[in-house]
Every structure is written in C-alpha cells, then in structure tokens.
Design a protein around this ligand. Structure first.
Ligand code: GDP
Ligand code: IMO
Ligand code: MG
Length: 421
C-alpha cells in the first residue's frame, strides 16, 4: 500500500540490488527510473548470483519490472539480459516506457572518444554511452523506445542525427563510419523484439498508485554521482537523488511514502574524482579484498575508504531520506579500529557540509571519530541486539549523527543475511 524509493547515498554500489530484492517480496512493481547499463546490481539468492544492469532487481522475486522513461536503454544489452534471465528460468515480467531514450552506437563511440581525448583529466566513465545519450536527450536529438518500432520514423530520425554524429566522430579522429542502413535495420530489429514490452508505463504506474499497489522505485548509482549534487564533473549524467525518481517514473512527487537511503558501512568509488576518506594503505586494501570491491559492470577495482558521514548527511538532506539501510557491516569484522568522518578541515576551517567546488572537495581533509572494532558477527543474526556490542555502538552513532532511523542492516550478500530493525 505504498510507494517506496530506494537510493544510494554514496558513490554507487552500496548494495541497492540486495536491498531492492529483499523489499521486493512485498512489491507489485519494481521500477528503474534513471541511469542505464552503467549500473550493476547484484542479487544473491542461495547459491545463485544475478548481476542486473537494466532490468529492475524485483524480477528475481517474480515481480513486474518497469524500465521508466528516465532510463537510457542499450537495447542490445537489455535483450541479452532478458535472454539470460529466461535461460536461468527467471523470465522477467517487464514493461518499458515508450519515452525511454535509446543508447545508440555513436553514443558508445563518443563516450570512449571523449574519455580518450581528456586523457588524465577523464571522468572514468563506464564507456556505456550514458553521458552522450543523456546529452542528446536534453539537446532534443534523442531516439526513444517508441521510435525503434516504426521503421519510417527511425529512418527520419537517423537521417537527421547521423550526419551530426559523424561530424563529431571525425573531429575526434576516430575511423568509424556510421552506416545508416545497417543501424536502421539493426535497431528496428531490436525494436521489433522489444515491442511486446514497450508501453505507456507512466499510465500503468499511476493506475497502480490509485489502486494502492506496492511500488518500489530502484535507484541506480548514488547521490555523489548525481549530475547536480554529486562531485561534479566526476558524476554520471542523470539525477540519482529522490527528485529524479518521480520525473523518471512519471508519477507525482506526493506519491512517495518512504525514502530509503542505502549506506555502505564504509565508502567506495569507481572511476576518477575526489574521495575524501580514501585509504591508500593496507586498511584500504583489506576493505577491497574482504568486501570484494570490484566493479559489477566494468570489473575495475573500487577505491575504498572509511565511512563519510558528511556525504551521508548531504544525501539525507537533498533526498529527504526517511530511513537508512546499512549494508556490508560484516566487512568491518576483524578491524581493531574503525573510523568515521564527521566533518572536514578545509583551508584551516572545519566544515560539515559538502562543498560545490571540486578543488575544495580535493582539499578537504577528513576529521575522524574513532571506534573500537569487533571480532566477527554471526551471519544468522536476526536482531541488532544479536550483533557485537561495538557494532551496535557504530550503528547507533550513524543514526544519531544523521538523525535518520535505521530500518535495515545487511550483514552478508544473501537474502537471508538481513536484519529488519
Ligand atoms: P549496487 O550497485 O548498489 O546494487 O551494488 P553492487 O551489486 O554493485 O555491489 C554490492 C556488492 O556487495 C555485491 O557483490 C553484493 O552481493 C554485495 N553485498 C551486498 N550487501 C552485502 C552485505 O551486507 N555484506 C557483504 N559481505 N556483501 C554484500
Ligand atoms: P550502480 O547502480 C558505481 C560511475 C563511473 C564514473 C561515473 C560516470 O551499480 O551503483 P557513466 O558511465 O555513468 O558516465 O560514468 O559514474 N558509475 C558508477 N559507479 N556504481 C554505479 O552504478 C555506477 N554507474 C556509473 O564509474 O565514475
Ligand atoms: Mg553496482
């Protein structure tokens, strides 16, 4: 009987897949509303592991997955993902917004070309064409899901857009020649295969809201990758914060009942850009190893550091987070000391907000509070009071500092390794 939004409060990979899968048991619809296959959401059920990039995580629990209008879709990847799920006996119930923008071959070429051109000033994107696709959407040069189905429309759009894109590709000195006929045939064929799923998802969702169905909105990336409130320009190209969810799903802002912010018990980041609490020492390596911190999408090692509560508070503020889900607490097992950043020192001044200037973020030195660690936690714990006393203290501190209650604690990748508070 509610609309629940789940978002990442850090730099992505907080465990959104796991948490969304967990809450999907009560959902009728699970909706992706932004991002594309730059995301990689992992779900572990028993011995089975699923890594989803575009398909909403709720399909693993057999719920209807909606790919909302705010998502950018690489149809080839989406079809592969659907086929793989079918092969694994998890045929997804799926609806795709007719308005979702399509990642075209030139988006991927240009993503790579821009990154190469920037050299050591690159963003460190996933090279999935995300930035160029969102740029085209805003520049009104996008191709949308509905356009793939009708060959004449697609032809007309390609005839207008491809010469522009070819010019850009040539400027970068890339050898690719965009073949209009080949792209038309290939993408129209993708459209024909996806036609069965493409619909007015915003109408379906609004009907569901009126019928008081349970809707779970699944964020991708995290607040610090938001194009407005993240570590700009080292961000993705969509709105990962709560405000992006209603635009990207086509429902009104007042429909959202609960906003769950996922907080990994430490911090990770893939790609370039500042990370104030980064640990370039043995502890950082330890977190990476124990937490298996390697990208789900690109396999790149994730940079690791202590939990940064300036970041989490920034996220809670911007998105109006109503409860926290703390994940990967078990990864902190065995550390004698655990640190949490509570403020920054910037040019000799103490600040407790996240600065806008990227050079200021780089200059920020974290100010830490230190906690005593614990030996190990029992992965079958069902209550917070079953956890080691030191872990309980750590959780209470996060709650007090953010002034947001914890609703869930995750102590392992599996569905059952979850404590509802
Ligand atoms: P997402 O992008 O936010 O969905 O996160 P990813 O799937 O990219 O990365 C999270 C990783 O941590 C995945 O491999 C999960 O299986 C794993 N994971 C999630 N929650 C926990 C947890 O509480 N403990 C441990 N050890 N692993 C977890
Ligand atoms: P999930 O949903 C972590 C990062 C990239 C890069 C920046 C821009 O699994 O949490 P892009 O390809 O989006 O233009 O890259 O954003 N990035 C992610 N980092 N998790 C993700 O998704 C990410 N999606 C993009 O590494 O730094
Ligand atoms: Mg991920």
């Amino acid at each position: 009987m509610s609309v629940t939004l789940v978002i990442g409060t850090q730099w992505g990979d907080e465990g959104k897949g796991k948490v969304v899968d967990y809450y999907s048991k009560n959902a009728d619809y699970v909706v992706r509303f932004q991002g594309g296959n730059n995301a990689g959401h992992t779900i572990k059920v028993g011995d089975e592991v699923y890594k989803l990039h575009v398909v909403p995580s709720g399909v693993i629990q057999g719920k209807t997955g909606i790919i909302g209008n705010g998502v950018v879709i690489d149809p080839e990847i989406l079809l592969q993902e659907i086929d793989e799920l079918i092969q694994r006996g998890k045929k997804p119930k799926l609806l795709i917004s007719d308005r979702a923008n399509i990642i075209m071959p030139y988006h991927k070429i240009l993503d790579g070309a821009e990154e190469q051109f920037l050299g050591d000033k690159k963003i460190g994107t996933t090279k999935r064409g995300i930035g160029p696709c969102y740029s085209d959407k805003v520049a009104r040069n996008g191709i949308r899901a509905i356009d793939l189905i009708d060959k004449d429309t697609l032809h007309r759009l390609l005839a207008r857009i491809l010469p522009l894109k070819q010019k850009m590709i040539d400027i970068y000195g890339i050898k690719n020649k965009l073949d209009e006929k080949e792209i038309l045939e290939t993408y129209n064929a993708f459209g024909k295969r996806l036609e069965q799923y493409i619909t007015t998802t915003h109408i379906e969702l609004n009907k569901a809201v009126r019928k008081k169905k349970n809707i779970l909105l699944e964020g991708a990336q995290g607040t610090m990758l938001d194009v407005e409130f993240g570590t700009y320009p080292y961000t993705t190209s969509s709105h990962t914060i709560a405000g992006g969810s209603t635009i990207g799903a086509g429902i009104g802002p007042k429909t959202i009942d609960e906003i769950i912010g996922i907080v990994k018990a430490y911090t990770t980041r893939v790609g370039e850009g500042p990370l104030p609490t980064e640990l370039l020492d043995k502890t950082g390596e330890h977190l990476q190893k124990i937490g298996h911190e390697f990208g789900t999408t690109t396999s790149r090692p994730r940079r690791c550091g202590w939990l940064d509560l300036v970041v989490v508070k920034h996220s809670c503020l911007i998105s109006g987070v109503t409860s926290l889900a703390i994940t990967k607490l078990d990864v902190l097992d065995g550390l004698s000391e655990i640190k949490v950043c509570t403020s920054y020192s910037l040019h000799g001044e103490t600040i407790d907000f996240f600065p806008a200037r990227i050079d200021d973020v780089t200059a920020c030195k974290p100010i830490y509070k230190s906690f005593k660690g614990w030996t190990t936690m029992d992965s079958s714990s069902k209550k917070v009071s079953d956890l080691p006393k030191e872990a309980q203290t750590y959780l209470r501190f996060i709650e007090n500092e953010t002034d947001v209650p914890i609703g869930l604690v995750s102590i392992g990748p599996g569905r059952t390794e979850t404590i509802e508070v």
